[in-house]
Design a protein around this ligand. Structure first.
Ligand code: FA5
Length: 362
C-alpha cells in the first residue's frame, strides 16, 4: 500500500510534468509566464502542494520521495527561466517598436516671434538720436490735465480737452486722461532736470478718434526736446534733417511749413521729400512729393515759465512725430490699423522686409 502511494506520486509527477511543459511551450507573453510560475512553482502552486503531501508517506519513503519531488521542482524552474527571459525580451522589443519615434520624419517648425515693427522703429530712433546727443526717457500713459494740457499752454477751453477728443479715465473734474500725445514729458523732464536738456520720449498716445487708414485711437509718438542757452530754429532744422537722412537716405530734404501748436512759437509742420518717387509724386506721398512727419517748433515762453525756467535765459525746440506713420512711409504700408490688427501675415511679411500693402490680404 505504502509502495503504491510512492508509485502514485511518481505518476502524478509525470503527469504534472507533461502538463507544465506543454503549457510552458505554449506561453506567448511575460504576463502569461508569471501566471505559469504562480500556478506550478509558486508558494500556492501545484508542485508545492505535492511537496506538502510528502508528510503523509511512511518515514522510510519520505527521503526518496522528497528528493524526487525537489528534483522535479528544480527541473521545472530550470525549464522556466530561459523561457521567461526570452518572453521578457520579446515583450520589450514589441513595446519599443510600438512606441517607436520615426526620427527620419522632418520636424515641425515652431513659430518664432519677431520684434514688432513699432518696437523695431523705436530702437532705430533711439540709436539715431543717441548719436545726436539725445537720451531716451519714458513717461506715464495716464496723465493729469496739468501735464497733458495746462503746462503745455493749452487753455481750459481748448477743444482738445473735450471728451470728444480726449479719453478721460476719471470724472471730468479730476481730468485724469490717457495722454493724447507724448508732449507732457516736456514739462516733466524740465521739472526734474536742469539745462542743457536733450531727450527723446518714445511712447503710446491715445485719442478718442474715428479710425481710418491713417488714424488709430492708440498710436505711438516720438517726442523730442532740447533746451539750452542758445538753441535756435537752425538747430531744430539740423536735427530733423539728420533724422530724415538717417531714416530715408542721404539725399533727403526736409520742408517746414507754418503750423499752430499752443506749446511752440513759432510752430511748424515738417515733411520729408518722398524717397520712393524722389519728390516727383506717387501713391505713397499722395502725389505731393512730400511725406508729413510731425509737428515741431521753438518751446513757447509760457511753457518755459510754467516749469520755472527764465525764457530770457533759455530757449529750446520740441518736435513730435507719429512712429507708425514713419514706418508707413519707410516701408510703403498703406493702413495704420495693420500695426494693432495682430494679423500674423502682415507681421511676417513685414519681418521679411517685403511688406507693401498692409491690409491687402492674400
Ligand atoms: C502732436 O501730437 C504734438 N504733440 C506734436 C508736437 C510736439 C508739436 C512738440 C510741436 C512740438 P499731432 O497731433 O499733429 O501733434 O500729432 C503728431 C503726429 O502723430 C502726427 O503727425 C501723426 O504722425 C501722429 N498721429 C497723430 N494722430 C494720430 C492718429 N490718430 N493715428 C496715428 N498717428 C497719429
Amino acid at each position: 500500500m505504502k509502495t503504491q502511494e510512492l508509485h502514485g506520486l511518481t505518476t502524478e509527477i509525470d503527469e504534472l510534468r507533461d502538463e507544465a511543459i506543454a503549457r510552458l511551450d505554449a506561453l506567448d507573453s511575460s504576463a502569461r509566464a508569471t501566471d505559469w510560475e504562480r500556478e506550478f512553482v509558486g508558494p500556492k502552486g501545484k508542485v508545492t502542494a505535492l511537496l506538502r503531501r510528502l508528510g503523509a508517506l511512511p518515514a522510510e519513503q519520505r527521503p526518496a520521495a522528497g528528493r524526487a519531488a525537489q528534483a522535479f521542482r528544480n527541473e521545472l524552474e530550470s525549464a522556466f527561466r530561459p523561457v521567461q527571459e526570452r518572453l521578457h525580451r520579446e515583450d520589450l522589443a514589441r513595446r519599443l517598436s510600438d512606441d517607436a519615434l520615426d526620427i527620419t520624419l522632418p520636424g515641425r517648425q515652431p513659430l518664432v516671434g519677431t520684434v514688432h515693427p513699432v518696437s523695431e522703429m523705436i530702437d532705430e530712433l533711439i540709436e539715431i538720436f543717441a548719436l545726436l546727443g539725445f537720451r531716451a526717457v519714458f513717461g506715464p500713459e495716464v496723465e493729469t490735465g496739468r501735464y497733458n494740457f495746462d503746462l503745455l499752454n493749452i487753455p481750459a477751453d481748448h477743444p482738445a480737452r473735450d471728451v470728444w477728443d480726449t479719453i478721460i479715465i476719471d470724472d471730468p473734474e479730476a481730468e485724469l486722461v490717457l495722454r493724447t500725445h507724448t508732449s507732457p514729458m516736456q514739462a516733466r523732464t524740465m521739472e526734474r532736470s536742469k539745462p542743457p536738456i536733450r531727450v527723446i520720449v518714445p511712447g503710446k498716445a491715445f485719442r478718442f478718434e474715428a479710425q481710418d487708414a491713417s488714424h488709430e485711437w492708440q498710436f505711438t509718438q516720438l517726442e523730442g526736446l532740447a533746451v539750452d542757452t542758445r538753441i535756435t530754429m537752425t538747430d531744430l532744422k539740423g536735427v530733423l534733417q539728420e533724422l530724415a537722412r538717417q531714416l530715408f537716405g542721404p539725399e533727403r530734404r526736409i520742408r517746414f511749413r507754418c503750423d499752430f501748436f499752443p506749446f511752440v512759437e513759432p510752430g511748424v509742420e515738417f515733411a520729408v521729400d518722398c524717397a520712393i518717387c524722389e519728390g516727383k509724386g506717387c501713391r505713397v506721398c499722395k502725389h505731393t512729393g512730400w511725406l508729413e512727419m510731425g509737428g515741431a517748433g521753438m518751446v513757447h515762453p509760457n511753457v518755459l515759465r510754467g516749469v520755472g525756467y527764465d525764457p530770457d535765459v533759455y530757449t529750446g525746440f520740441a518736435f513730435g512725430l507719429g512712429i507708425e506713420r514713419l514706418i508707413m512711409m519707410k516701408h510703403g504700408v498703406d493702413d495704420v490699423r495693420a500695426f494693432a490688427a495682430n494679423d500674423i501675415r502682415f507681421l511676417r511679411r513685414f519681418a521679411a522686409g517685403t511688406c507693401v500693402s498692409a491690409l491687402n490680404r492674400g
